[in-house]
Design a protein around this ligand. Sequence first.
Ligand code: GAR
Length: 197
Amino acid sequence: MLRLVVLISGGGSNLRALLEACEDATFPARVVAVGADREADGFVHAEEFGIPTFAVALESFASREEWGDELLAQIRLWQPDLVVLSGFMRLLPPRVVAALSPYLINTHPAFLPEFPGAHAVRDALAAGVAETGASVIVVDEGVDTGPIIAQRRVPVLPGDTEESLHERIKIVERELLVQTVLDIATGHVDLKELATA
Ligand code: GAR
């Protein structure tokens, strides 16, 4: 059984998809804790499913490194096999990435390497592309530059707003994320191999 710690910053709809998947006794993973860089709205999903939460706010620390060290300590308490960044909107300090790598994955609302960064949906709309997408990647020290595990295209429709497009992307993201966790748990995806390829 793959033990997951999921990190969020916002509403946590991708987290909820994972929590729902883990309800199935045959799904080979369990969310053991949910962390955030704030008292995230998405904690309500964890609470509904009886999963413990922890918040480590950047503002409470003198430096990013000290914040990262405390976040890492909190994560490690749960002895996860895999850490999932699911709408976690802070860059992890390099030593946190190094400590968790390659068992650290991230969902992103674009077809990477297109539109990395915090405003992927807005950037895709501004670029006027006909399609964007969703990706799940292994986290490395760059911004959305790690090896791609899974991705799928999503069309941009006439009249799309950032919100409407993001909602459609998130439907795809949730499927990719659940499938990716399943593939890692069953050995169909080997993160070590991907990270060293
Ligand atoms: C998701 O689209 C996720 O890919 C994105 O935030 C959203 C979180 O939604 N993350 C990033 O943009 C990271 N660069 P959720 O809170 O409803 O799961």
